[in-house]
Design a protein around this ligand. Structure first.
Ligand code: NAD
Length: 430
C-alpha cells in the first residue's frame, strides 16, 4: 500500500533538543532564501516534498511469525535529475525525518552540481534484530513496494544507516528480476562485482579530507602545522583522518562510541583500527592519553571533524570548543543554536552538504558507470572526485568572499540558486 503523507512543522520552533531534521532543513532553507533573489513561490514549493511514499512491508520472521513493518521513501525535488539518497533501517525512521533528510540531499547534489535531486527513505526496524535471511526478505519486499517510484531515471537509493552494499545488491536483484533486465543503475553503493564503483566506500571521508585541506590552505595555516581531532573513527572519520595524516596533518585525537584516544604528537592513523575493522580497537589502543567523546570536542586543536553522529555540537558545549575550524563529517553534527554561537565566536564551520558530499558524488560516478556499462579505475575515481570537490569548494568560497557570509550560508546559497534557477527556467506545470 502506498500513500502520500502531509506534514506540519513549525520552523520557528526553538527547542533544539526536539528539533527534527525537517525543522532544521526548513529553517536552513528560510535562512538561505533571505540571501538569494528567487521567486517566493519557488521557495514555498521547496519547503514541501514532491511525494512521500508510505508502504507496509510484511516480513516473515525466521520462526514463521509474520510482522508488518512500515517503510518510507521521501522524494523532495527532482528538477535537476532523479531523486537520490539513502535507505536506512533504524527504529526511529519516520516520514518527517525522511523528508528533512531528502531536502538535505537536494542541496548536497546541487552544491556539487551533479544532476540529481533529493530523496531519502527507510524502514522503521532495528537492523540488529534481523538475521541475514530476514534482512534479505525485507529488502526484496521493500524493493517491490517501491518498484513504481524508483529507477535509474526516477529515484536512485543508496546505503545509509543499517544498510550496506549487500542490501543494495538484494534491492537491485529484486528490481531487476521484476523488470526482466539487469538494472544496476537503480541503486548505488553496490559491490563492484555487480556494477558498484571502486572508491565509493572511502569517498565521503576522502571528500572531508579534501575540503579540510582546502580550508587549511584558505586560512593560510600550512597542513604540516595543523592539528586535527576526529570524532567517530568509522567509514567517514577513519578515511578522513588517514588521508589528512598522509597529507601531513597531525591527527592528535580520534574516537569511537566508547571513547577517545589522544596523542599530542600525532597518532599513527593507519595503526589505529576502526570499530568495524576491529571492535574496541580505538578505545583499546595504547595511546598516551584518553578522553571522553565530549572532551574530544573541546580539545585545543586547529581543526575539529565531528564524523560520528548528529547533534553533538550544541548550545551546551559550543562556547567550550577550542578548535579554530570545524569541518562537518557527519550529517547535521551542529545544531542551529551552536552554529549561531560559532558565528559569534568567529569559528568557521564548513557544512556537511559540502564536506561529506564525496559519497553522493561517487554514487553519481557509479550511476554513470552503470549506464555506460564501463567500470572506472580507482585512480580515475580519485581524480574525478578531487576535481568535483575543488569545483564545489571554489563555488562556495566565492560566495563566502563576495557576500561575507558563513560557509554554511554560502553552500546553501550555491545550492538554492541552482535549484531555484532550474525551477524558474522550467516553470510551473500546468
Ligand atoms: P560508521 O558506523 O562507519 O562510524 C561511526 C563511528 O562513530 C564509529 O567509530 C562509532 O563507534 C562512532 N560512534 C557511534 N556513535 C557514537 C557516539 N554517540 N559518540 C561518538 N562516537 C560514536 O558511520 P559512518 O558511515 O562513518 O557515518 C558517520 C556519519 O557520517 C553519520 O552522520 C553519517 O550519516 C554521515 N555520512 C556517512 C556517509 C557514508 O556514506 N558512510 C556519507 C555521508 C555522511
Amino acid at each position: 500500500m502506498a500513500q502520500t503523507t502531509s506534514e506540519s512543522v513549525d520552523e520557528t520552533e526553538t527547542n533544539e533538543t526536539t528539533e527534527s531534521a525537517l525543522t532544521t532543513a526548513r529553517r536552513q532553507l528560510k535562512r538561505a532564501a533571505t540571501h538569494v533573489d528567487v521567486d517566493s513561490g519557488v521557495v514555498e514549493r521547496l519547503k514541501h516534498p514532491t511525494k512521500v511514499q508510505r508502504v507496509s512491508v510484511p516480513l516473515k520472521r525466521d520462526d514463521g511469525e509474520l510482522e508488518v513493518l512500515t517503510g518510507f521513501r521521501a522524494q523532495h525535488d527532482d528538477v535537476r535529475g532523479p531523486y537520490k539518497g539513502g535507505l536506512r533501517y533504524h527504529p526511529e525512521v519516520n516520514a518527517d525525518e525522511c523528508i528533512g533528510l531528502s531536502m538535505w540531499m537536494t542541496w548536497k547534489c546541487a552544491v556539487m552540481d551533479i544532476p540529481f535531486g533529493g530523496g531519502k527513505g527507510g524502514i522503521a526496524v532495528d537492523p540488529k534484530s534481523l538475521s541475514d535471511e530476514e534482512k534479505e526478505r525485507l529488502t526484496r519486499r521493500f524493493a517491490e513496494e517501491l518498484r513504481d517510484v524508483v529507477g535509474p531515471k526516477q529515484d536512485v537509493p543508496a546505503p545509509d544507516m543499517g544498510t550496506d552494499a549487500q542490501t543494495m545488491a538484494w534491492f537491485m536483484d529484486a528490481y531487476s528480476m521484476q523488470r526482466g533486465e539487469t538494472t544496476p543503475g537503480v541503486v548505488t553503493g553496490k559491490p563492484p562485482v555487480i556494477g558498484g564503483s571502486y572508491g565509493r566506500e572511502e569517498a565521503p571521508g576522502r571528500s572531508v579530507a579534501i575540503i579540510t585541506r582546502e580550508a587549511i590552505e584558505y586560512y593560510d595555516w600550512g597542513i604540516e602545522d595543523t592539528t586535527v581531532a576526529v570524532q567517530g573513527y568509522g567509514s567517514v572519520g577513519a578515511n578522513a583522518a588517514r588521508a589528512l595524516d598522509e597529507w601531513g596533518a597531525d591527527v592528535v585525537a580520534v574516537s569511537d562510541v566508547d571513547g577517545a584516544i589522544y596523542d599530542p604528537n600525532g597518532l599513527d592513523t593507519k595503526d589505529v583500527m576502526g570499530h568495524e575493522e576491529r571492535p574496541g580497537m580505538v578505545s583499546g589502543y595504547d595511546a598516551p592519553e584518553t578522553r571522553s567523546n565530549e572532551e574530544l570536542l573541546e580539545l585545543d586543536v586547529d581543526v575539529l571533524v565531528p564524523a560520528a553522529v548528529g547533534n553533538v555540537l550544541t548550545a551546551d558545549n559550543a562556547d567550550d570548543v577550542q578548535a579554530n575550524l570545524v569541518v562537518e563529517g557527519a550529517n547535521g553534527p551542529t545544531t542551529f543554536a551552536a552554529d549561531t554561537i560559532f558565528e559569534e565566536r568567529g569559528i568557521p564551520v564548513v557544512p556537511d552538504i559540502l564536506a561529506n558530499a564525496g559519497g553522493v558524488t561517487v554514487s553519481y560516478f557509479e550511476w554513470l558507470q552503470d549506464i555506460n556499462r564501463r567500470q572506472w579505475s580507482l585512480d580515475r575515481v580519485h581524480d574525478e572526485l578531487e576535481s568535483e570537490m575543488l569545483q564545489a569548494w571554489n563555488a562556495v568560497r566565492n560566495e563566502v568572499e563576495n557576500r561575507d557570509v558563513t560557509w554554511r550560508d554560502a553552500a546553501y546559497i550555491v545550492a538554492l540558486t541552482r535549484v531555484a534557477t532550474a525551477k524558474e527556467t522550467r516553470g510551473l506545470w500546468p
